[in-house]
Design a binder for this molecule. Structure first.
Ligand code: AMP
Length: 187
């Protein structure tokens, strides 16, 4: 049975970059909530239409909709293990995840905080905005909303996994290879 790993951090802290590398290396299933939601929007699905204004504004999609999306990955958890990137972001989502995992006799094995400063996050988002096509990287108000979600929610979320002995913090401003090595020590 594979592991369940959560990558957490400010926007542009390197969650998806690390998830890409680790999933390929360890055969885990990659679940990037932001990517999944953007794909729903691009497909024009009913869910995509419901969430597009929320995602464009940098606020969180409701737990009810997120819970629906989550059901699709239950089987992957037992088949291969999963790296979650961008989920959970708030306590209620951590509860959703923990409940889903406990139904299949699993738990979060490792919750990784990729620590970068807000200044570094802003710098990276600005750089990504130049070549990328994410509108939420281009509007300072939207960027601020996304950073604010982290400011408000990170402390309780971190303590939840800290108390369980599943929490690690890595220096997200190190090189991509170094960050990966720091995480791999715990796999
Ligand atoms: P990201 O790609 O992780 O930067 O996420 C982009 C946007 O998708 C966020 O600003 C939210 O609007 C939405 N989103 C991503 N993850 C979640 C989540 N776990 N819960 C609710 N909304 C989310």
């Amino acid at each position: 049975m594979g592991k369940i790993i959560v990558l957490y951090g400010l926007p542009a802290s390197g969650k998806t970059t690390q998830a890409d590398i680790l999933c390929k290396k360890y055969g885990l299933f990659q679940f990037g909530m932001g990517d999944v939601l953007r794909a729903e929007i691009a497909s024009g699905s009913e869910l995509g239409q419901k969430i597009q204004d929320t995602v464009a504004s940098g606020l969180l999609v409701s737990d009810q909709l997120i819970a629906g999306v989550l059901q699709n990955v239950k089987k992957q958890a037992t088949d291969t293990g999963i790296i979650f990137d961008g989920f959970p972001r708030i306590i209620s989502q951590a509860e959703l995840l923990d409940n889903m995992l406990s139904e299949i006799g699993m738990k979060v094995d490792l919750f990784v905080l990729l620590k970068i400063s807000p200044e570094e996050a802003e710098k990276r988002i600005d750089a990504r905005a130049v070549n990328g096509n994410r509108s939420d990287d281009k509007d300072p108000k939207v960027i601020n909303s996304r950073m604010e979600v982290f400011r408000q929610e990170s402390t309780p979320l971190i303590s939840r996994y800290h108390q369980r002995g599943a929490f690690i913090e890595v220096d997200g401003e190190a090189s991509i290879e170094d960050v990966c090595r720091q995480i791999e020590k715990y796999l």
